[in-house]
Design a protein. Structure first.
Length: 218
């Protein structure tokens, strides 16, 4: 029994290190995209704007589209706002960006104040859970609206992602250990000492709930 527990502990330590390494790499790539490639394209845009005629105008349009694509890609990799201002600000921006790219109506509510920063580990994990959950909503739920809620208490942080889509058999989905990103989301919650719960029935939408304890000594 002790050997099994020790192996599980070692697995979680390694998984935690891997997750941090992935986030560090995403951060580095996002900065390179945004700063280096973005600045190069902006410089090229300035040169094109000095030209005249239809060709210059067409090039300007193409470069503006490229700059927009680079910014979106950098944001998807790891938004700088997550590191600079925290999870609440990042989720507000995420919903704004989603509103530009999808007909799905998404709203966000949170009570985390700017001065109440969570640990980088918690912020990163919950942000990724939202990304994965919303990917599922867009791909599988056929929903017309969704809601993201972030609630902080003295002892825990609760994340809710709810949609009005076609729903699913929640128990079967959780027991299947595959598909729709649930395994990854559950693993992220577990690494933080938290729990993931899924409430859904066919035809009645889906509610994903993650509760993470805010224990500084964990």
């Amino acid at each position: 029994h002790d050997q099994v527990a020790d192996k599980e502990f070692q697995r979680r330590v390694l998984l935690g290190r891997l997750t941090r390494a992935q986030e560090d790499e995403r951060r580095r790539l996002a900065l390179e995209l945004h700063d280096e490639l973005g600045q190069s394209l902006s410089s090229l845009l300035m040169q094109v704007r000095e030209g005249e005629g239809e060709k210059a105008s067409a090039l300007e349009s193409d470069i503006l589209a490229l700059i927009s694509n680079v910014r979106q890609l950098a944001f998807a990799l790891r938004p700088a706002i997550l590191d600079d201002y925290g999870l609440d600000a990042a989720l507000r921006r995420y919903v704004q960006e989603m509103g530009k790219q999808s007909p799905l109506k998404v709203d966000y509510h949170g009570n985390v104040k700017p001065e109440e920063r969570l640990t980088e580990e918690v912020e990163s994990a919950l942000y990724r859970v939202v990304q994965e959950a919303m990917t599922n909503v867009l791909r599988h739920s056929e929903a017309s609206s969704a809601s993201i809620v972030l609630l902080k208490s003295d002892s825990s942080i609760t994340l809710l992602v709810e949609d009005n889509g076609v729903g699913m058999d929640a128990e079967a989905a959780l027991m299947a250990h595959k598909g729709v990103g649930l395994v990854g989301m559950r693993e992220r919650a577990s690494l933080l000492g938290g729990q993931l719960m899924l409430e859904s029935e066919p035809g009645r939408g889906t509610l994903l709930k993650v509760v993470v304890p805010l224990d500084e000594e964990r």
